[in-house]
Design a protein around this ligand. Structure first.
Ligand code: ADE
Ligand code: ZN
Length: 326
């Protein structure tokens, strides 16, 4: 088996997937029709043509517009179920899904609708596909601390349905420290902590995520290589990085997959993992990310095995299921 074939076949966990980023144009149009909404694009192909991004913000504008077709519990269920079917085909056996409640509550959709729709799809994934799945609530960092606190309050009646919290959306200008108090409260509540840092933002934001938010994983973190002391700290703590190669390519974080830092991160001894981020927008699910990275960087079978093992080590799975996966 070649490294590429192994990368496709090996069982893996996905730890960095924004479930709203798995909405394919076909489902966006189907949900718009079901909900009696009109879209500013004539066809699925016309929408897809708009997927030419120059940076994170140019993507986020279209991503939030796409999510506007989600209104009812069944819409959230159907979106997540479509993702699980796709994940199954890529030999994903465990997934931790980010969701952005503020994208929906701003349109009058309740947190209960969002969480119940997603949680029922997670239960179905376990029962019908054998995929274990958990939810991680993300705060939108371009919004205020006060709005993040209000979102947390609204979600607390559903505390049993999500395992942790994260921080996403526009990174530059919104450092992790803006949310130190929110994350302190989340830690008191026993929530697991992750945060996007070092995607477009500087290494200083990764330090803040570690020290102020006390994050257990860094989402992206590709800019950590600019700071050798940070690399040493991440290696010492064994803080996982949930890296998303095709996202980095599509959002112009790297100009060519051959320049992607994944091999350097692994060779520096960091617990790096491969993930799809927003697969409907970036041109590929887990195996596309895995196989294209293996080929572009000429990764070995050992690298592939390390990446798969890292995905389970970095996961928040515990107990018997962890023993089963590791
Ligand atoms: N929300 C969805 N995808 C994201 C990304 N790649 N970075 C920050 N926020 C996001
Ligand atoms: Zn992300």
């Amino acid at each position: 088996m070649t490294p590429t074939e192994l990368a496709a076949a090996i069982p893996k966990a996905e730890l960095h997937i924004h479930i709203e980023g798995s909405l394919e144009p076909e489902l966006i149009f189907a949900l718009a029709q079901r909900n009696g909404l009109s879209l500013p694009y004539a066809s699925e192909a016309a929408l897809r043509e708009a997927y030419a991004f120059t940076n994170l913000q140019s993507f986020l504008d279209i991503y939030y517009a796409g999510a506007s077709v989600l209104l009812h519990e069944a819409d959230f269920h159907d979106m997540a179920w479509a993702y699980f079917l796709r994940a199954k085909a890529d030999n994903v056996v465990h997934a931790e899904l980010f969701f952005d409640p503020q994208t929906h509550t701003a349109r009058g959709v309740s947190v209960a609708t969002v969480i119940q729709g997603l949680a029922s799809a997670c239960a179905r994934a376990k029962a019908e596909l054998g995929i274990s799945a958990e939810l991680i609530l993300c705060f939108l960092r371009h919004l205020s601390e006060e709005e993040a606190f209000a979102t947390l309050e609204a979600a607390l009646p559903h505390r049993e349905q999500f395992i942790g919290v994260g921080l996403d959306s526009s990174e530059v200008g919104h450092p992790p420290s803006k949310f130190s108090r929110v994350f302190a409260r989340c830690r008191e509540l026993g929530l697991r902590i992750v945060a996007h840092a070092g995607e477009e933002g500087p290494p200083a934001y990764i330090w803040e995520a570690l020290n102020d938010l006390k994050t257990e994983r860094i989402d992206h973190g590709v800019r950590s290589l600019e700071d050798p002391a940070l690399v040493a700290e991440l290696a010492k703590r064994r803080t996982p990085l949930t890296v998303c190669p095709l996202s980095n390519l599509k959002l112009c974080v790297v100009n060519d997959l051959g320049d992607h830092p994944m091999k350097r991160l692994l060779d520096a001894g960091l617990c790096a993992t491969v993930n799809s981020d927003d697969p409907a927008y970036f041109g590929g699910y887990m195996n596309a990310n895995f196989t294209q990275t293996v080929q572009a960087l000429d990764l070995s079978r050992e690298h592939v095995i390390t990446l798969a093992r890292n995905s389970f080590e970095a996961s928040f799975v515990s107990g018997a299921r962890r023993a089963e996966l590791m």
